[in-house]
Write a protein of this length. Structure first.
Length: 69
């Protein structure tokens, strides 16, 4: 079963994008291409509290998955 992401409502599209950003930032952290401050800076850019919370939950998820402390 495939899902066409372009058919998602705007809120869901944004969550997909936030999840992708979280994954990329944790990968950069793991590869020593970025520091923890970069994640903090990105989180501070997110104005909506629910979106920021979702982003930080995604960061925590990817840290567990990628074994980043």
């Amino acid at each position: 079963m495939s899902i066409n992401l372009s058919n998602l409502p705007p809120e869901e599209k944004n969550k997909v994008e936030l999840d992708k950003q979280a994954s990329f930032l944790v990968w950069k952290l793991r590869e020593a291409k970025a520091g923890p401050d970069e994640i903090t800076q990105e989180a501070e850019k997110i104005r909506d509290e629910n979106e920021r919370s979702f982003f930080l939950e995604s960061v925590a998820k990817y840290k567990r998955v990628m074994g980043v402390v």
